[in-house]
Design a binder for this molecule. Structure first.
Ligand SMILES: [Fe+2]
Ligand SMILES: [Fe+2]
Length: 408
């Protein structure tokens, strides 16, 4: 039997490219192929290429992300420290065991809040033997805890020595928030995995489950779209909210530092639409009791929403945003309504505290940059006495020591 190809049913004259009015016709494949097809899989032994990054912590679980050198499946075995639970996480939204050629992601769900335990990865290459990872400890977030401790990094820009110094200085915390500009420009696809999952050769999520908010450099370059494959977030989107002890946090994506149609972006970005979507989501999420009624309310976003000198940039002649007016225009009303105490940002590569002021009832703290002399890490500590935000340089000096009272 013969059948028409893709254009079957149209007249020859109506289709450009038909030669001499003649149609090519597809042959049915032979009933019995000469040989069985061979699976298209890259050859070579499997290598697990990164530590198992513990990302996107939630009250009921987290996501484990790790890099591999070829096509394989991944599962995660977990055990609670108190012996009340354990299991094997290994199914995705379409019913597959999680699979990938470069990155594996396994989501743990249904765990108790404030749980601690240990987990390990089970990685099986196509047609090969399973490789079992080392046990590593994990914790879930605890919204009901009386206190929480967290850390913030930002603007590391692939500076290995700075990341190593931050890693050495930062203690174990309830969560580490890497507040954007992990890179400079994603010019090759190979640079994503080491930059995000094994930065500076460090196992940065050991004892610090990680959130990453998107900076303007994280969305720059021809391979930036692939960040979605290896950045787990609680919502599966680049914006989310969570509660850890007395702190409610809203994490937002401020997009690029120039308009979407700037020629340097090559038509690759659509952040005006994302800002609008976040505005609609923000108006809803601030009414959720766990977020609305929190004693402390913070926003984490890479580009600040205010700045010392708010001149309009000259984008045509190399100008860019030191604060995101487009984001503030979209979100300000909801942020005021919610009663956010402080916006924690980066981007400017200089530490600065802007207190709440007329028209801006929320304060703002920015941190340092990629060089050791400009790098900072922020410790946040909230308990019955309030929230302390302590910004430190790599020399151990305290640059800002802010105390915020409980709102309720
Ligand atoms: Fe930066
Ligand atoms: Fe930036």
């Amino acid at each position: 039997m013969k059948r028409r190809g893709f254009f079957g049913g149209l007249t020859a004259g109506g289709v450009a490219g038909a030669v001499g009015g003649q149609w090519s016709v597809a042959q049915e494949p032979a009933a019995k192929p000469a040989s069985e097809p061979v699976a298209e899989v890259a050859p070579g032994p499997l290598t697990v290429k990164s530590p198992a990054a513990l990302m996107a912590p939630r009250a009921d679980g987290l996501e484990v992300v790790w890099a591999v050198s070829g096509l394989c499946t991944g599962r995660v075995e977990w055990q609670l420290a108190d012996g009340t639970g354990g299991g094997l996480a290994g199914s995705d939204a379409f019913g597959f065991v999680p699979q990938g050629e470069e990155v594996l992601r396994v989501r743990l769900e249904g765990l108790p809040p404030g749980a601690s335990g240990r987990l390990r990865t089970l990685t099986t290459p196509h047609g090969g033997a399973m490789e079992t990872g080392e046990w590593r400890e994990f914790k879930t977030l605890n919204p009901a805890a009386a206190e929480t401790v967290f850390a913030v990094w930002n603007d590391t820009h692939e500076a290995a020595s700075t990341i190593q110094a931050l890693h050495a200085a930062t203690p174990h915390v309830d969560f580490l928030l890497w507040n954007g500009d992990t890179c400079n420009n994603w010019v090759t696809r190979a640079m994503l995995e080491p930059t995000l999952l094994h930065p500076g050769g460090c196992d940065i999520t050991s004892g610090r489950p990680l959130f990453i908010t998107m900076g303007n450099h994280d969305v720059r370059g021809p391979w930036a779209w692939r960040t979605e494959e290896m950045l787990a977030t609680p919502s599966g989107r680049p914006f989310w909210a969570f509660r850890s002890g007395p702190v409610a946090a809203v994490c937002l994506h401020t997009g690029e530092d120039k308009p979407d149609d700037h020629p340097s972006f090559g038509g690759r970005v659509a952040f005006d639409a994302l800002r609008r979507e976040q505005a609609e989501w923000l108006a809803r999420i601030i009414t959720a009791p766990e977020i609305r009624d929190a004693p402390h309310r913070l926003v984490f976003c890479h580009i600040p929403l205010r700045w010392k000198d708010e001149k309009r940039p000259d984008y045509v002649n190399g100008g860019s945003d030191s604060y995101s007016a487009r984001s503030r225009d979209a979100w300000h009303e909801s942020l005021v309504k919610w009663g956010v105490q402080a916006v924690i940002s980066g981007h400017t590569h200089q530490p600065a505290w802007l207190a709440a002021a007329e028209g801006f009832p929320y304060a703002q703290l920015t941190g340092g940059g990629p060089q050791l002399k400009s790098a900072t890490w922020l410790e946040g500590r909230a308990d019955a006495g309030g929230l302390a935000l302590t910004l430190r340089g790599m020399d151990g000096k305290t640059l800002h020591d802010i105390k915020l009272p409980r709102l309720v």
